[in-house]
Design a protein around this ligand. Structure first.
Ligand SMILES: [Zn+2]
Length: 128
């Protein structure tokens, strides 16, 4: 993840950083090595967002075209408890996911369905 909560602010990783996951509220630690893009990781292995994939520079560059407050937006279905982190949600409510690896058609439909509901159904909540 590019962001974690530190002192209740969305913050990018920094050396020695400790934060809270935007999605599951579990502790995170910053990873600022030289091999992998700087990111936040859960301190312990938790099942947070099963759609989340490790990010590349490609993902980061695309996300960075949008304001910080539109990046990594947690969307929550209060009926099922399902939560996912959208790469971008624009101020007008459009959800954008940047995908650069293969995905099955059923997986694509599942994601489209989740995000489409979010934009249409007021029972869905946006966290942060
Ligand atoms: Zn999490």
């Amino acid at each position: 993840m590019k962001y974690s909560l530190v002192n209740n602010l969305k913050v990018e990783p920094f050396p020695g950083g400790k934060g809270i996951c935007l999605c599951c509220r579990q502790p995170t630690v910053s990873k600022c090595g030289i091999k992998v893009i700087h990111h936040w990781a859960h301190k312990s292995l938790v099942h947070c967002d099963n759609w989340w994939e490790n990010e590349t520079e490609w993902h980061r560059k695309w996300k960075s075209h949008f304001p910080q407050e539109c990046q990594e937006i947690v969307l929550f279905d209060s009926l099922t408890g399902e939560k996912h982190i959208a790469d971008v949600k624009t101020k007008s409510g459009i959800v954008i996911e940047f995908q650069n690896s293969p995905m099955s058609h059923s997986e694509l439909k599942s994601r489209e369905s989740f995000y489409k509901k979010n934009s249409l159904d007021c029972k869905w909540k946006e966290i942060l």
